[in-house]
Design a protein. Structure first.
Ligand code: K7E
Ligand code: CUA
Length: 635
């Protein structure tokens, strides 16, 4: 099937897609149709020519249609973190179908991630992790479709996925940090990615101050989103939980739930107020440039020491008791801090922060609202219509409230900003809406990531799935439309319009993976795209190059000695969409995927003398089972 054929078939909506593209070129009328297409509204609703007010009509008719019939595609991509599974998952929204998993800091038997040579050196010998927060790179306040960033809380790392191939291309170790938790990229351009250390430690953590927690600190780290280099760190006394950035590249934010600087649960909960840290990025960068920095431990990264008092680099906005999430509304005007142990969210007017830094007003004076939303508020999403949706863990509800009304209510108790509380099942953690973290928040779908599923699914043993619930947020009232079991444990997700991503169908052979393999090939005088070769690399080391074209390897036999270190480098010459091959060596714990036009490799020690079949593990052809060869191991 030609690419073009596929384009039409895959679309399943060849005409609507064509129409959308066509309409994009026209003016006012086009905008309406684009919106309808993006909503996935098929009959009636937004597309209804009789609908006076689209949102109103949609809600009257029972809301958006979550059903995506066979052959149709979702209007949205969703990126889910995988928590302790260490991966990222791609879902279609609203179908909630899992489309793909991207192994990140885990070992994945299907693709060989964590076992193949390329990923192994990226992972630095570790193959477990804990991914919490996924965010895509931005340009001008919305997703630019280039990268996905994700944190590894367990090993203090930031990983990046390239959106064209949906594969990790860089992993950065963050110095002087433990429990790297909240991360957020800048939104004005693909600039810095800010990363918070949740755990306070002695700094440097070299055996000093072991029993003196008052001297512990935590780092707010800036990593260049293009080069993935650590640029600078800010040393802070409290812990740093969730992270956010403004829309202009001026500020980054971190919630601190342990201003007490305690090491016990009781201690951490003692104070009635903790902080929202506000970092002044231009001021910090000026200090870094001027060399007003210190060195901490073995790392050469410049560190701005901002412990103790408010100053030009950091201001501390007091917020009630142990805040957790901080989210910026789509207008970029407000930072919303969820109280966790306080039933409130604190709304900070970002426009007032310049006066806070200038010393004209007190940090707390930047707070413009503090509505009561329920017990255990954790995170907040937005609909682009001035409303906020806060996840309430203890109450197991989502609270919808209006930002403008909350600001009014701050000075006028007669105003009630709470619009609705919707039961979710159960114990919701993160919440996110379609395009909610961008200036283009569209208020269609809301995802409630529930930590407990209890009785919502057939029992499957003591370990329960999570429950990722889909909520229609397009109308006046939220409406729960779908329960989605998820393997533990997604923490966060982002949902974006599908038009913002353009993944490749075959590997473009660019970037760090290819630099790695081209270097090996050059060393051996090999063309990776041509033929096979077995090269003796000194005593006890063998490199085997081969290519694959369905349904055969270019090499169906090679000889090595027992105990040899064997590296098999395989290039898939098939340039056909969906035609992955791979390499599995029997009884050697070796299995990897090689996607169309990709190169991958794996290294192993040849076992006892004998014959070992290697085979293609990906069903690629009617003769797929015949796609195999022999490794002959001599004594
Ligand atoms: Cu609230 Cu790690 Cu984002 Cu989990 S964190 S819920
Ligand atoms: Cu190639 Cu199966």
């Amino acid at each position: 099937m030609s690419d073009q054929d596929h384009e039409e078939r895959q679309d399943g909506e060849a005409t609507s897609q064509g129409r959308r593209n066509f309409m994009k070129g026209t003016v006012a009328v086009g905008a309406g149709v684009v919106a309808a297409g993006a909503l996935g509204v098929r009959e009636g609703g937004f597309g209804n020519p009789f609908a006076a007010s689209a949102a109103h009509a949609a809600s009257k008719q029972g809301g958006l249609d979550p059903h995506v019939p066979p052959g149709k595609l979702d209007p949205y991509y969703g990126f889910w973190s995988g928590g302790q599974s260490g991966e990222i998952r791609i879902l279609g929204v609203p179908s909630m179908r899992e489309l793909m998993r991207i192994p990140v800091v885990n070992r994945d038997s299907a693709t060989g991630w964590g076992r193949d040579d390329w990923s192994k050196q990226l992972l630095g010998g570790r193959d477990s992790g804990d991914t919490h927060h996924v965010h895509l790179s931005y340009t001008d306040g919305t997703y630019d479709g280039r990268y996905v960033y994700v944190n590894d809380k367990s090993n203090a790392r930031l990983a990046r996925v390239r959106c064209d191939i949906m594969e990790v291309d860089a992993i950065t170790d963050i110095p002087n940090s433990q429990g790297t938790h909240g991360i957020f990229p800048q939104r004005h351009k693909t600039g810095l990615v800010l990363c918070n250390a949740e755990f306070r430690t002695p700094l440097p953590n070299d055996g000093r101050d072991l029993d003196d927690p008052k001297k512990y600190g935590a780092m707010h780290t800036a990593i260049d989103g293009e080069t993935m280099e650590v640029k600078w760190q800010v040393l802070i006394e409290g812990n740093l939980d969730l992270c956010a950035t403004d829309y202009e590249g001026k500020y980054s934010f971190a919630c601190c739930y342990n201003s007490e600087e305690a090491v016990t649960l009781e201690g951490m909960m003692a104070a009635d107020r903790d902080w929202l840290y506000v970092f002044n990025i231009p001021a910090i960068e000026k200090a870094v440039k001027a060399g007003k920095t210190i060195k901490v431990g073995k790392s050469d990264v410049p560190v701005v020491d901002a412990r103790g008092a408010n100053g030009p680099y950091v201001q501390r906005v007091p917020v009630p008791k142990s805040p957790h999430g901080v989210n910026i509304d789509p207008t970029g005007k407000y930072a919303v801090c969820s109280g966790k142990l306080s039933p409130t969210v604190t709304v900070v007017d970002i426009g007032k922060l310049a006066d806070v830094f200038a010393g004209k007003i007190k940090p707390r004076d930047a707070v413009v609202a503090e509505p009561e939303v329920g017990l255990g508020p954790l995170h907040t999403a937005f609909d682009g219509r001035g409303n906020a949706y806060t996840s309430i863990f203890i109450d197991s509800v989502v609270t919808k409230w209006n930002i403008a009304k909350a600001i009014e209510a701050f000075n006028d108790e007669s105003v009630d900003p709470i619009l609705q509380k919707l039961d979710v099942n159960y114990q919701i953690g993160h919440i996110n809406g379609s395009m909610s973290e961008t200036k283009d928040a569209d208020g269609n779908w809301l995802i409630a990531l529930c930590k407990f599923s209890k009785d919502r699914f057939l029992p499957v043993g003591p370990l329960h799935p999570e429950n990722d619930q889909l909520i229609d947020m397009s109308g006046d009232k939220m409406k729960l439309v779908h329960d989605g079991p998820a393997y533990p444990e997604p923490h966060d997700c982002v949902v974006l319009n599908r038009d913002l991503l353009h993944p490749s169908k075959v590997n473009p052979r660019t970037g760090s993976r290819y630099e790695y393999y081209e270097k090996l090939a050059k060393e051996d005088g090999i063309n990776l795209m041509a033929g096979s070769q077995v090269i003796q690399k000194g005593k006890g080391k063998v490199r085997v190059y081969m290519v694959s074209v369905a349904p055969a390897y270019s090499l169906t036999e090679f000889r090595v000695k027992s105990g040899d270190e064997v590296q098999v480098i395989q290039t898939n010459l098939d340039g056909v969409e969906d035609l992955s091959h791979g390499f599995c060596m029997s009884n050697h714990d070796v299995n990897m995927v090689v996607n169309p036009r990709a190169t991958n490799s794996v290294t192993f020690t040849a076992g006892d003398p004998g014959v070992y079949w290697y085979y293609c593990p990906w069903f690629c052809h009617a003769l797929h089972l015949e796609m195999r060869g022999r490794m002959i191991v001599e004594a």
